[in-house]
Design a protein around this ligand. Sequence first.
Ligand code: 4AD
Ligand code: MG
Length: 467
Amino acid sequence: MTVQRVRSLLATPPPSDAAGIAVELHGWVRSRRDSKAGLSFIDLNDGSSLQGIQIVAPAELANYQELLRRAHLGASIAVQGRLVASQGRGQSVEVLAERMTIIGDCDLETFPIQKQQTSLEHLRSLPHLRARTRTFQSIMRIRSELALAVHRFFGERNFYYVHTPIISASDCEGAGAMFRVSTLDLAAPPRQPDGAIDWAQDFFGREAWLTVSGQLEGETYACGLGNIYTFGPTFRAENSNTPRHLAEFWMIEPEMAFCDLDGNRALAEEFVRQVVSDACERCPAEIEFLEKQWARGLRQSLEDLCASDFAHLSYDEAIDRLIKSGKRFEFPVSWGVDLQAEHEKFLVEVAMKKPVVITDYPKDIKAFYMRLNDDGRTVAAMDVLVPRMGELIGGAQREDRLEMLLARLQEHGLQADDYAPYLDLRRFGSVPHAGFGLGFERLVCLVSGVQNIRDAIPYPRTPGHCP
Ligand code: 4AD
Ligand code: MG
């Protein structure tokens, strides 16, 4: 018999016939209750759904005494029996066991996940076991549904999925926060006559890094395929120990040829609303559970987000609002400063009370590739800020004019030679184009309501932490 999953059994209409339906399932014991009448009730979970299925094990089972000793929290078991309409409350079906075997024992003395609700912090020290908890099963099912929603969204709009390289020779953000990729012997690297390390002898015959963004390569493919997106891991070696930063995270980056900032903003809004509403539709039980455990008001906040247009402010207007608020911020506000988390929080949660798109930032605080506006002091940049997480998306219309781009590279102290392919795009049939990057883990935090980004990815990597 094929082994069935708990999710599909729970969705089966209760059989009218007392004999029920023959089933086999495998899973982990969440709890067991033994009644005086010689029956045991096991809550069995196989990871396919938040709710477990009730297994009713009668004392007549040949190995009943053995089960009493071994089938407890954490142990994995196989059950053959009959799916029947449940006598009890709280479930419509249950499984009457006819045969049960232990697959893997679990030593209760040393099993670290004992209590119903262990702190997220404690669970973070057990990344290999936290997927046994309802909390992490819920978060990771939401993560998986969100990933599928991302592909559906772009697939339905004829965007092509492009795989950009993970090992890269360019610094997209020009910020230098990159992890080096090298096979040189760190203790004795080859050196040039002047003592500098001779990178020409390294694996790629030059320096290379883990990518901080697939954007530049994504742009080259957009300028061939029209509309593309990437969805892959990116790496930042910045020493940011915050609840919003990871050293390894996944980014979604659409890029559209023949598109300006307005088109980019429209896509970003539509994207966020669509994938959030997809996840709400597919994971209602998970969201309800997470709301109860960790995040009050979660569902309502997600419904509000899906129902309303995002606010739009230019950077000038945002600064104006922050100054006029009269609020004392830790980082004082004046035109030209980069917006800090506290400013973003104020704009989203107090000033506008909804997600906010901020556009047209001062050119000096943004990357070299953003298109210079006619005012000569701002660029066609956009950030999308959402409740609780702040910046979810960063994007821009790209500088498509060769001369301007060369000037911007120079202003940023970057070498034109290092960006030769990128400059070629502006030499051969340049087109206006735009795109954005969305941090996938921040999206997972938004939808699951968890506050710390380390809980939105199976194995978080942060400064000093890569167990
Ligand atoms: O704003 P960022 O740095 O933009 C770019 O990388 C552009 N090249 C994107 C593009 O236009 N194609 O990063 C984009 C998003 C941020 O808004 C944030 O959500 C997320 O990526 N992000 C991080 N998420 C987790 N940990 C970090 N260290 C992150 N840095 C950025
Ligand atoms: Mg950004």
